[in-house]
Design a protein around this ligand. Structure first.
Ligand code: SIN
Length: 288
């Protein structure tokens, strides 16, 4: 395989996504190759880069850092040893201890939307995949905005919403072993953030819905019941099947998504099936 710019970008049928074929990211990527990958990411929102069997965590970190500064997850106990920028996403428990965050992506979300500068994009690299299940779903939030009924477009115009890491933390804690109690320092690291309900993508210029069932708690300036009803409508609209690509993982897959353009969800896998992936998360701009 080549590390040059001569790889293939093959759009997927559906509302988003492209496969990248014939690229070996364990080899140096030329500036021209990087520019093509960047362009494809902006155009397709989710890139499924096949056959990255030789890519090491250090190489994943270096590639991610070409797109911007890397963000470290507040659950530092799930960082890959020796690689603080890599979050282990895994349901595996060893010696009674989870080795990673097993319920990452349990609800639809955009990574780190609860930060003042949410994520630009995330890379997720398959290490160990279940024989059954374990898919990741992506929903196109540009199309979500474009297809909003006029009534809802009016309702969200100029509105801001609060995003909070802890919004559903207690609920997740009750159902899984992967959510440790947070230290006061960890709680202090993730205060609520406020962002526009519709943001303009800083690089492709397109509007996108920017709320999610995981982290968005309320729309500012509305009574609670109106805010709840509006958010529920937006969540339903933004994740309807017509907007969704379902990724079925293959060995060697490296998936790179744009958190400014899509929401994502981990579908889960049957108990007892091992799943382990490495995530790097790139910091983005202040949404506007
Ligand atoms: C995530 O939300 O970053 C994890 C997605 C997945 O495990 O499929």
């Amino acid at each position: 395989m080549s590390s040059s710019s001569a790889f293939e970008v093959r759009p997927l049928a559906g509302p988003l996504g492209a496969e990248v074929l014939g690229l070996d990211l364990s080899q140096p990527l030329s500036d021209a190759g990087f520019a093509r990958l960047h362009r494809a990411h902006l155009d397709h929102h989710v890139l499924v880069i096949r056959d990255q069997h030789a890519l090491t965590p250090a190489q994943q970190v270096a590639l991610s850092a070409r797109f911007g500064p890397l963000q470290r997850h507040v659950l530092k106990q799930f960082a890959l040893p020796g690689h603080p920028e890599v979050l282990v996403v895994s349901n595996i428990v060893e010696n009674g201890q989870p080795i990673g965050l097993g319920d990452a992506g349990h609800f639809w979300h955009s990574d780190l939307s609860y930060k003042p500068r949410p994520s630009l994009g995330s890379f997720l690299h398959a290490q160990e995949l279940p024989a059954e299940g374990g898919d990741t779903l992506f929903a196109n939030q540009h199309l979500a905005y474009e297809t909003l009924p006029a009534r809802l477009k009016d309702a969200v115009a100029g509105r801001f919403a609060e995003h909070w890491y802890l919004a559903r933390y207690a609920e997740l804690q009750q159902r899984s072993p992967w959510r440790p109690n947070l230290t006061p320092e960890q709680v202090a690291e993730v205060p609520p953030a406020v962002h526009p309900v519709v943001r303009t993508h800083p690089e492709n210029g397109r509007p996108a819905l920017f709320v999610s069932e995981h982290f968005t708690t309320r729309v500012l300036g509305l009574p609670d019941h109106e805010s709840r009803a509006l958010l529920d409508e937006l969540f339903r609209h933004g994740t309807q099947p017509e907007l969704v690509y379902r990724h079925r993982w293959r060995a060697g897959d490296l998936v790179f998504w744009d958190n400014r353009s899509v929401l994502h969800l981990a579908a889960g896998c049957p108990a007892g099936q091992r799943r382990r992936l490495y995530r790097t998360t790139i910091e983005g701009d202040v949404p506007a």
